[in-house]
Structures are given as structure tokens and as C-alpha cells.
Design a protein around this ligand. Structure first.
Ligand code: NI
Length: 204
């Protein structure tokens, strides 16, 4: 997810150590070793595919991919990136809301929304796969997400505010859903046409 144009206040994030011991893993990819991951732009067909669960045998690919995903996300810049956006089919998401401009990376493997609030909230969303496009999206205001961290430990986050929206947006990507799929067909088509036009102009 791209940060919204209207910067929201710092959100409450679950306290505790769910990100404390991953800083060694999520440092930026060393320059010059791997090219920066290309973020796929809609309507790329990979963005519509359902991703597949990460298995223990995917451990190596996940450890190789995670730092490169953070690198691509920070460069974009964005606050969330899902593996399908960089051409991987794994159910893997990275998120960093950068509260107070400090890095607070979260890796979510096989994330699952296990509870949602009945209360809804509307906020403007953007997406690194739909550069320059923004729209108001309504989603549950709070969610609980179960996932495995980068060490394979089971974790639970209860999130509200921007983090709740970001987690739902990124988990949507794992099911081939983009934020524009939450809009009316009219708005969705308008955004896709505008994006296509802007991409054509950019490529001239
Ligand atoms: Ni997105």
C-alpha cells in the first residue's frame, strides 16, 4: 500500500516484541548484489492470481525475498508490499508504517484475518501497483490477523487505524484483489483508464 496523501496520525500498534528480533533480517538488500525488485503494475495478470501458502520448504526463498521486498517497498516508497506484486506466488506480506519516521518492519507469512469489527472506516488508499491512483475505500475499522513471523513463530496482531487498512489491503493482494475491486465498476474503470493513459505517457 502506498502511504495516503493525507498523512494519518500515528496509529496505535500492538505493543510488545513482535518486531523486536527481526531487524537483522530486514536490513536493506546489499547494493549491487541483486537488482531491485520490479513492482508489477495493474492490469498485470499476476496481480489477479490467488497466492499459495508458504511451506517449510519455502524457507530459503522467503529469506531471500523478504529483504528485497523491504528494499523495493522503502524505495517506492510504500508502507506495505505483497509478494504477488513482485511476481512471487507466495502468501507473504511486508509492512512498515514508519511511525515517527522510524522503521518498524513487520513480516507476515500466511497471514489470515481471523476477526473483523462490525464498525467500518473509510480512508483514502493507494497502491504501488496502481501508481498515482487513490480512492476512498471502506473496510472494517479493526481486524485481528494471525500469521507466522519470519522465524516461523505464530503471531497475532490486533490492528486499528492505518495498520488495519494496510493489513487488509495487503492480504487482499494474496487473493488477487486490488483496492479498486472495492469500488463501483464505474470508479474502477475510470482509475484503470487513467492509469493506462499515465503509463503510456510515462513510456513515451
Ligand atoms: Ni497494494
Amino acid at each position: 500500500m502506498r502511504g495516503t496523501r493525507h498523512t494519518a496520525g500515528v496509529d496505535r500498534v500492538a505493543p510488545g516484541g513482535y518486531i523486536l528480533d527481526m531487524t537483522d533480517l530486514v536490513t536493506e538488500a546489499p547494493a549491487g548484489l541483486d537488482p531491485v525488485l520490479q513492482i508489477l503494475i495493474a492490469p498485470h495478470p499476476s496481480l489477479k492470481q490467488r497466492a499459495i501458502p508458504v511451506l517449510p520448504s519455502d524457507r530459503q526463498s522467503v529469506s531471500a525475498l523478504v529483504p528485497r521486498m523491504f528494499d523495493a517497498m522503502y524505495r517506492a516508497p510504500g508502507i506495505g508490499l505483497a509478494a504477488p506484486q513482485v511476481g512471487s506466488r507466495l502468501r507473504l506480506v511486508v509492512v512498515d508504517l514508519m511511525p515517527g519516521d522510524k522503521r518498524q518492519p513487520i513480516v507476515l507469512i500466511n497471514p489470515e484475518i481471523v476477526a473483523v469489527s462490525t464498525e467500518l472506516f473509510t480512508r483514502e488508499e493507494g497502491c504501488l501497483s496502481l501508481p498515482g491512483q487513490y480512492a476512498d475505500v471502506t473496510r472494517p475499522a479493526e481486524v485481528r490477523v494471525r500469521y507466522l513471523d519470519e522465524k516461523g513463530a505464530k503471531r497475532d496482531i490486533s490492528a486499528d487505524g492505518l495498520l488495519a487498512a494496510c493489513l487488509q489491503h495487503e492480504i487482499d493482494h494474496l487473493d488477487g484483489v486490488l483496492f479498486i475491486d472495492h469500488l463501483s465498476p464505474l470508479k474502477r474503470n475510470m482509475i484503470m483508464r487513467r492509469l493506462a493513459k499515465e503509463q503510456r505517457l510515462k513510456d513515451l
